[in-house]
Design a protein around this ligand. Structure first.
Ligand SMILES: Cc1cc2nc3c(=O)[nH]c(=O)nc-3n(C[C@H](O)[C@H](O)[C@H](O)COP(=O)(O)OP(=O)(O)OC[C@H]3O[C@@H](n4cnc5c(N)ncnc54)[C@H](O)[C@@H]3O)c2cc1C
Length: 581
């Protein structure tokens, strides 16, 4: 049976020592943040360990059921959602004027990750509502905000994102769902959306669909798409709107989350934002949505690591090459074997490094929004813009890698349902695909983020790394030197891409995936070198000792992968683009 214990000590370390939240006390939202870390993490951990995790395997086995347009979530999920809402978890970051707690995103991040570890299938419902809240808050009229935001903040209503159609996945310019005017500021929506997560479920009174559709005479392609708010129940009249779930997908994993075919048959909707600018409105919430999907990957990385580690300490097979460590037993625990240690350390580096990245991204989102110094706010936003595709792709790739490694550590038992690791591999796999596939994240990085403002976004990362590399303390050199080498490789790769973009754009698209991986490695190295710097002050304590061990592993065994990535990505696109299929 798998187990889950929330990594409370790591959140505390990262928020108070690594990010030093106390330094932002003068910013309104942060005034109490440092003191709230422990109580929020403790309460969240208790809920996730005791309420959500016991339903993790139940949800996988039972799945969701559709009958006459009604979708039932697996047993226990509706009650767990009620407790989640009663605990105030749905309103942490919502604005106070709409009944929220007005706390920063960075304080919400631990709970977001814990929910994803404890029960990813459950997590999609509140996660999507969080995204919908922000889209409405940023783009809807005051009248719509007044009606919808308090109910979404309280968790009584949920929100979902409705983009995908059979012909339109990545290429949203192909959307055919359309809207016709229906009196003052109202529209009727016609069309079919597929793959809509939580499009229908029985945990909330109302479901608010954010639907991309075309207005009459809209220009073709992505420039002719508008965004509409389409409630399942119309609040003003209490009537059921003309939308229905006509099917549930049977899928590889994430069985507890309903993936719906949604039909809109003249459903009443309200325009959000300007006509034909729907995609732009959706994209402004993409940063938080993509970060959220990255955190789904992170949640699974943590769960995979914990279970692989626990199993490896108990499982006795073979002997250590250094002589028996448990001579009284028939064999040693498999943690003595280098191959198992390599896998466990990889998972630990990805989990704790990914967590540091997710928390820092949330902090930068807060600073971009709330910092009084416009320069600091702008730099924070640049950092978020640049690192969003990296965070999404890196943390979700890590999630799948960790799930796969955990299966391997458990040997044959990793493949057996009862042990829970195969569920992780099935559940996390979709995170590499939805919210923009990881291939599309890589294209976003090289095509939009890198060239933006002649490297403006890039500088928001390069400058702090360059500053960090100035550290001359002798004890830091074992971390600084490997990081510097891969940072130089990343600089070379970035220059090469800039040059090739002028002569052969296919070299750039062909290099995008490897470039994203190289960039992710440098981010990971920077994160671990900064953790090591703190840990060096307290090497005798077990927690910090383990931080140093992991940081050394990252520098010695993970960062050198950057050499291969640089060689591959600068080899050009010919061998790829000239091949025949
Ligand atoms: C379980 C699940 C839940 C989902 N939830 C939602 C939801 O709540 N709301 C919603 O709207 N959608 C949702 N989706 C849809 C999901 O976001 C899409 O599946 C995803 O965006 C990819 O679109 P597609 O499947 O049509 O693949 P395609 O767009 O057909 O892509 C196929 C492959 O081609 C690649 N590709 C496509 N275009 C390019 C290009 N220009 N350059 C390079 N490579 C390219 C892709 O990276 C991918 O590898 C969900 C899907 C699933 C399976």
């Amino acid at each position: 049976m798998p187990q889950y214990l929330a990594p409370q000590k790591d959140y505390e370390f990262l928020l108070t020592e690594y990010l030093n939240l106390a330094q932002y006390a003068d910013i309104f939202k942060f005034s109490a943040a440092a003191e709230l870390v422990v109580p929020i993490v403790e309460a969240g951990a208790k809920f996730c360990e005791q309420e959500l995790f016991p339903l993790h395997a139940v949800g996988d086995r039972q799945g969701c059921k559709l009958k006459d347009g009604v979708v039932n979530l697996p047993d226990g999920f509706v009650a767990a959602y009620k407790k989640y809402v009663e605990g105030g978890w749905s309103s942490i970051t919502a604005e106070e004027e709409f009944g929220g707690q007005g706390l920063p995103e960075v304080l919400n991040m631990p709970m977001t990750e814990m929910v994803c570890s404890a029960n990813l299938g459950f997590g999609l419902l509140p996660g999507l509502s969080h995204g919908a809240y922000h889209a409405i808050s940023l783009h809807a009229s005051d009248a719509l905000k007044k009606i919808y935001l308090p109910k979404i903040a309280s968790g009584e209503w949920s929100g979902v994102m409705c983009l995908t159609e059979p012909p339109a996945g990545t290429d949203l310019g192909l959307i055919t769902t359309y809207a016709t005017e229906d009196g003052a500021d109202k529209y009727k929506i016609f069309g079919t959306k597929i793959f809509i997560s939580c499009g229908e479920q029985d945990a909330t009174e109302n479901i608010i669909h954010l639907v991309l559709a075309r207005l009459p005479n809209a220009p073709k392609g992505v420039k002719g798409i508008s965004l509409f708010l389409v409630p399942k129940i119309i609040p003003e009249t209490g009537e059921r709107n003309a939308l229905i779930c006509s099917g549930l997908e049977e899928k590889m994993g994430l069985h507890a989350s309903p993936t719906c075919v949604m039909n809109y048959d003249g459903a009443t909707g309200w325009l959000i934002g300007e006509p034909h600018k729907g995609l732009k409105a959706m994209f402004t919430m993409m940063n938080s949505a993509r970060l959220y999907v990255g955190v789904q990957g992170l949640g699974i990385t943590e769960l995979a690591y914990q279970n692989a580690c626990h199993y490896a300490q108990e499982r006795l097979q073979g002997r250590s090459l250094r002589g028996a460590v448990r001579p009284e037993k028939s064999a040693d625990p498999i943690t003595v074997h280098a191959d198992i240690r390599y896998k466990l350390l990889t998972m630990r580096a990805l989990a704790q490094g990914g967590r540091a990245l997710a928390l820092e991204m949330a902090l930068k989102i807060d600073l971009a929004k709330d910092h009084a110094d416009a320069d600091i706010a702008e730099q924070a936003d640049d950092f978020v813009q640049l690192l969003t595709p990296i965070t999404k792709a890196f943390l979700t790739d890590s999630g799948f890698e960790a799930a796969n490694l955990a299966m391997q550590v458990l040997g044959g038992y990793g493949y057996i349902r009862e042990y829970g690791m195969e569920q992780l591999a099935r559940d996390v796999r979709i995170t590499q695909i939805y919210e923009g596939t990881n291939g599309i994240q890589a294209l976003d990085l090289v095509g939009r983020k890198l060239p933006f403002g002649f490297g403006k976004y890039l500088r928001s990362f390069f400058h702090p790394v360059q500053e960090f590399l100035q550290d001359e303390a002798p004890e830091m050199q074992e971390f600084i030197k490997p990081l510097r080498k891969q940072f130089e490789n990343l600089q070379k790769a970035s220059l090469w891409l800039g040059k090739q973009s002028l002569s052969n754009p296919e070299d750039v698209t062909a290099a995008a995936g490897e470039y994203t991986k190289l960039f992710s490695l440098v981010v990971l190295g920077w994160i671990w070198a900064r953790q090591a710097k703190i840990a060096l002050a307290r090497p005798e304590e077990e927690f910090y000792k383990q931080k140093l061990e992991t940081a050394r592993f990252v520098m010695n065994r993970m960062l050198p992968q950057g050499y291969g990535l640089l060689a591959g990505l600068t080899a050009g696109s010919n061998s790829i683009m000239k091949a025949n299929f």
